[in-house]
Ligand binder design. Structure first.
Ligand code: SF4
Length: 482
């Protein structure tokens, strides 16, 4: 039985009425200018609305129309629109746009067939321009519209183009123009691509929910059987790994806390989806330098307190340490410095290590400490494939290994080795020489705990099957006291 589309869309309109108006609609309302709507629509592909709005404003200051756009070089356009997604390709398309518009008297055409002849304009963009700039019936089917309308089983289609055609045949014309902005907002805030908020959705009783895996209600899940399940993973760039299915992977861990290293992103570079994974609260400590270092923790157990860094600006500007305090333990997520080429940063690393050890020992006076992360050192010969040839290399120098000895002597326990004494157990492999396929690797990612809490460790494993980074995750199960 087909849904009542009038009721569904009217209900959605009520849900999203306070949400931000999509930037392209906003520009249409503010300017009533098809040229600006077209350019903003081109810029908006694979770009957050705030970024599109700022880039459009910068570009329109110098190029409010086709004639002035023609005076700008491709490099200058790229400069003005950076950091929109694919800014170089978009700059090339915009450079070609004034010439292409000459075929239409230097005006933006108002039909889909004509619009798709312009550089960088596909069917989705053309539909959006026709509907938003010219208020003519058109259905802009983007990923949200295609996904949600199929979830509702209003159409059954494989591609956005099929969806557009099916909707043209079936959807009452009064819904053609608004459906895009309604379902984009609804898809961002409620019916999200991963873990839609069905528990809070007024459509739930009538929604077919085709192929949907709703979120678990936030806060519903706490540590099962009093065992804290933790994951630590150096993702080597959170934005890169997001494109490789990071969110689904994170949810599949079913862990209480997931500590991430090398996020290589600042808060304003993170997508809303990354910051708001259903069921989890995330905390981020980023480096001041863009695209460098950075740590984060996703937790579904609310922490009592959060501490950013070590309290020392020399190290904290690099975003390497993030601590959550729970009722029964501290969890410290650390991205240790790399000693670098020719060991140029070895001294810095050893200073950081000593500061970190003092910090952890200080916390340990109050309750057990779990330390996890990329330690950037293989402790013993068993922890890397080729110990002999790496003695002078970063990550296996006598100095770094000696510090690891002192860390263990200070009472901290390498939890993986409680359970596993086998060689060939690695967490990092070079991208070169098919190292991962040949298992030529290093074990440099650890979960360590205060010596007094060793008996609480119920499991510690390496998860080499998880791909997406040059590191794989490591896992810990830790008994919390009642
Ligand atoms: S009930 Fe769930 S699947 Fe259906 S529209 Fe609402 S959020 Fe989407």
């Amino acid at each position: 039985m087909s849904i009542d589309i009038d009721w569904f869309l009217t209900t959605v309109a009520g849900i999203v009425k306070d949400k931000q108006v999509p930037v392209v609609d906003l520009i249409a309302v503010q300017t009533e200018d098809p040229f600006k709507v077209l350019v903003a629509t081109i810029l908006s592909a694979r770009t957050k609305d705030e970024t599109t709005a700022a880039a459009s404003e910068r570009l329109f200051r110098y190029a409010p129309d086709g004639a002035s756009l023609a005076l700008l070089s491709e490099e200058r356009i790229a400069q003005l629109i950076y950091p929109v997604g694919f800014y170089k390709t978009k700059a090339r398309h915009l450079t070609l746009l004034p010439d292409a518009l000459q075929a239409f008297g230097s005006q933006v055409p108002d039909s889909i067939e004509e619009l798709v002849t312009l550089p960088g304009v596909g069917r989705k963009t053309a539909n959006l321009v026709v509907s938003v700039a010219f208020k003519k019936p058109a259905i802009c089917v983007d990923t949200h519209v295609h996904r949600i309308i199929n979830i509702w089983e209003y159409v059954t289609t494989e591609t956005p183009l099929q969806t557009e055609m099916a909707l043209r045949a079936k959807l009452p014309e009064k819904h053609w123009i608004p459906i895009n902005s309604l379902l984009v907002a609804f898809g961002q805030f409620v019916c999200r691509p991963v873990g839609p908020h069905c528990d809070a959705c007024p459509l739930q009783a009538k929604c077919p929910q085709k192929g949907v895996h709703p979120r678990k209600k936030p806060g519903a899940k706490m540590a099962k059987n009093n065992v804290l399940k933790c994951i630590s993973w150096n993702v080597n760039g959170i934005r890169a790994v997001e494109k490789k299915g990071f969110i689904d992977q994170l949810l599949s861990f079913d862990a209480d806390a997931i500590a991430i290293q090398e996020t290589k992103a600042q808060a304003d570079q993170l997508s809303d989806t990354l910051k708001n994974i259903p069921g989890y609260t995330s905390y981020w400590h980023s480096a001041e330098r863009k695209g460098y270092s950075g740590v984060a923790i996703y937790t579904r157990i609310p922490p009592l307190a959060v501490h950013y860094g070590l309290g020392d600006p020399e190290f904290d500007c690099e975003g390497r340490v993030l601590t959550l305090e729970f009722a029964h333990c501290y969890l410290i997520n650390i991205y240790f410095p790399n000693s670098g080429d020719e060991l140029k940063r070895l001294d810095f690393k050893l200073r950081f290590n000593d500061r970190l050890l003092a910090y952890a020992k200080g916390l340990e006076r109050q309750k057990p400490v779990i330390l996890c992360g990329d330690f950037n050192v293989a402790h013993k010969e068993i922890d890397l494939k080729n110990p002999k040839t790496n003695v002078k290399n970063a990550g296996f120098t006598p100095e770094e290994r000696a510090w690891m000895d002192s860390f263990v002597a200070a009472g901290f326990v390498d939890t993986f080795r409680i359970f596993n004494q086998e060689p060939g157990q690695y967490t990092w492999w070079s991208y070169r020489f098919s190292a991962r396929a040949k298992n030529i690797g290093w074990r440099i990612d650890y979960f360590c705990v205060s010596g007094g809490a060793k008996d609480k460790v119920k499991g510690a494993t390496i998860r080499p099957e998880v791909i997406g980074s040059d590191h794989c995750p490591v896992a810990l199960e830790f008994l919390l006291e009642g």
